[in-house]
Design a protein around this ligand. Structure first.
Ligand code: ZN
Length: 73
């Protein structure tokens, strides 16, 4: 399953990465469960790996219920 619901909207890997990064990535991996809770609302957190540029790879985290997101480069 590649599509998830985030803040009431269906997202793909690319649109999830776009929500976290602010712009569409060059590539994105499958969405996975991050196995952690949102620090703001205790909601479920999902993660996606993506490349904002040719030389960078970022793991992004996003709460499914609120605006919280985080990323690790
Ligand atoms: Zn949350």
């Amino acid at each position: 399953m590649t599509n998830r619901v985030v803040e009431g909207r269906m997202v793909t890997s690319e649109t999830l990465a776009e929500l976290i990064e602010g712009e569409r990535p060059m590539e994105a991996t499958e969405i996975e469960d991050a196995d952690r809770e949102c620090p703001d609302c205790s909601g479920n957190v999902i993660s996606v790996g993506y490349m904002p540029s040719v030389t960078a790879f970022v793991t992004g985290y996003k709460c499914q219920d609120c605006e919280w997101s985080d990323k690790e480069e």
